[in-house]
Design a protein around this ligand. Structure first.
Ligand code: ADP
Ligand code: MG
Length: 401
């Protein structure tokens, strides 16, 4: 059921409480990637341009939940947002629900923007505490969920706050609308051939996604460290590659399922290997089927890159989650880069391409190909859970369109 969006609410003169996801990466106080802030701009602008009062709330990181901690302050986000909007953003207090915060909300004028301090400075946020939620709900005439990266979590600001606001408009923001459109609606009825690319660090993270996508996909391309658990399950020599031994039975089960279904799963046929898990030290060699003892696979090899690219070029729908190798290190970035290029080409030719996963999104950014994809999700865990077909209470309880 499509959800009502903020576009359908008359916000003039109203206090609009917007849950955003400003959980951005910070290094020594500097925001290293502001994509999540930029992606929230359409919703914020829509509210203030129509004379609404935008009260923003977010979490960042994992503070203790016992009050203010400088390291996890959203102050830097308020400053960055002010730059992006070209207007002041009030940041009234070190506590999202104290008297100073409440007074600042009450004093807001139409068209103004205010950011509350990190919700997770209160334990009640993670606990979904209704008493904490009631204090936040008291700020609002309208509730907006635009925090896609947090939609899979039943935190107070995601679930208890909109529950407390029953009877008032509770809608999605434009980012959440866009994410759902791609991750859920496109995949409900994908144009064929539908190709899924899975990689990354751990097979255990991606099992749910594989099993959900198995009956829908035409081809699944498996790369990254997770491929080695499958190759080990097939009895191939994987050297000292990363294998999750406790997942070998799961891998065997999926290999069996594949035999019974129409879907084709392709695994790497060659590997860029090293003797060390390091960018610079270690002997690098490429092996075909069997990896020599003492070597670990850190990227898909050139034959695999060509094979995967051929499949991708014919695809009409592509979902990609998880890099093909340790793309952060230049000797092992080729596989991920070539797959990204092939997906970009397919997209140019009319395919719909969706990239989910924090590291996969970082990879397409690094290769300057984010703009060449139909959609790069801002949610890591949330996009994966959506690919697994899970329903989110935070979204379900919003008003239907
Ligand atoms: P995403 O965040 O896109 O879901 P993951 O978190 O599952 O992706 O995995 C990303 C990580 O996997 C990257 O940091 C990458 O270095 C690592 N990785 C990929 N291939 C290998 C490999 N063959 N061996 C070890 N690590 C790998
Ligand atoms: Mg990751």
């Amino acid at each position: 059921m499509p959800k009502k969006t903020i576009a359908a609410v008359d916000v003039a003169g109203k206090r609009v409480l917007i849950r955003v996801d400003f959980n951005v990466p910070v290094d020594g106080g500097t925001i290293t990637d502001d994509r999540r802030i930029r992606e929230a701009l359409p919703t914020i602008k829509s509210v203030i341009d129509r004379g609404g009062r935008a009260i923003l709330m977010s979490h960042m990181g994992r503070p203790e939940g016992r009050g203010f901690e400088t390291e996890f302050s959203l102050k830097g986000c308020a400053e960055r947002l002010a730059e992006l909007l070209g207007k002041p953003v009030a940041f009234p207090s070190t506590d999202c629900v104290d008297a100073a915060a409440g007074a600042a909300v009450n004093a807001m004028k139409d068209g103004e923007v205010l950011l509350l301090e990190n919700l997770r400075f209160h334990k009640g946020e993670k606990k979904g505490d209704p008493a904490f939620a009631a204090k936040l709900a008291a700020y609002a005439d309208v509730y907006v969920n635009d925090a896609f990266g947090t939609c899979h979590r039943p935190d107070a600001s995601m679930v208890a706050v909109p529950k407390a606001l029953a009877g008032k408009p509770r809608v999605s923001g434009f980012l959440v609308e866009k994410e759902i459109k791609f991750l859920s609606e496109t995949l409900a009825n994908p144009a064929k051939p539908f190709v899924v690319v899975l990689g990354g660090a751990k097979v255990s993270d991606k099992l749910g996604a594989i099993e959900t996508l198995l009956p829908k996909a035409d081809t699944i391309l498996v790369g990254g460290a997770m491929a080695y658990t499958f190759l080990a399950a097939m009895g191939k020599k994987v050297g000292i590659s990363r294998v999750e031994h406790d997942r070998v039975p799961d891998a065997k089960r999926i290999i069996e399922l594949d035999r019974k279904m129409k879907v084709e799963i392709l695994y790497p046929v060659d590997h860029v290997c090293s003797t060390q898990f390091d960018e610079k030290s270690g002997d690098i060699e490429v092996f075909d089927d069997q990896i020599k003892d003492g070597f670990m696979g850190l990227d898909i090899g050139p034959k695999t890159q060509t094979k995967f690219a051929l499949v991708l070029r014919k695809a009409r729908t592509i979902v990609w989650n998880g890099p093909m190798g340790v793309f952060e290190w230049s000797p092992f970035k080729q596989g991920t880069q070539q797959v990204a290029k092939a997906i970009a080409e397919a997209t140019k030719g009319g395919a719909t391409s969706i990239v989910g996963g924090g590291d996969s999104a970082a990879a397409v950014e690094k290769f300057n190909l984010a703009g060449a994809m139909s959609h790069v999700s801002t949610g890591g865990g949330a996009s994966l859970e959506m690919l697994e077909g899970k329903k989110f209470e935070s979204v379900e309880l919003l008003d239907n369109a």
